[in-house]
Design a protein. Structure first.
Length: 141
């Protein structure tokens, strides 16, 4: 029994996100808060976190990362889809349009990561990582 409990404890220490999600879910159940409203509030919170991360990164490095901007738009659009889908009268055209826009932003996100100027892959075993576009200092991994 102690061995099983130690495995469970070790699992939650390594994967604390699951523990946080369980606690939030229990709080939603206890307070009898509408689940879709809680989901919308959590997505808005994530949007705020991403915006603060983007501003912090801009202040530190004096450049904006396209990935952060696209992440904010994707999360905001997912929030809008949840809001539209939770109404009694669902406008299917608006939901499908937003899902199309989200999929396009996912394609942009994949392209921004794939063709990022920060990593240049020369071959399978050699990769050059650029620290800054102003300096031409390259670190070979």
């Amino acid at each position: 029994m102690k061995r099983a409990l130690s495995k469970i404890r070790k699992y939650f220490i390594n994967n604390y996100e699951i523990l946080i999600a369980i606690i939030i879910f229990i709080l939603i159940l206890v307070t009898k808060f509408d689940f879709y409203k809680a989901t919308i509030l959590m997505l808005e919170f994530i949007v705020i976190i991403e915006i603060v991360k983007m501003i912090s990164d801009f202040i530190k490095k004096a450049k904006l990362r396209l990935r952060f901007i696209i992440d904010v738009f994707i999360i905001f659009l997912i929030r809008d889809v949840i809001i539209l889908a939770s109404h009694e009268e669902i406008n299917h055209f608006n939901v499908l349009f937003l899902l199309l826009v989200i999929s396009i932003f996912f394609i942009f996100r994949i392209l921004s990561i794939t063709f990022s100027p920060g990593n240049i892959k020369i071959s399978e075993d050699m990769q050059i990582k650029q620290e800054s576009t102003k300096k031409n200092t390259n670190n070979i991994k």
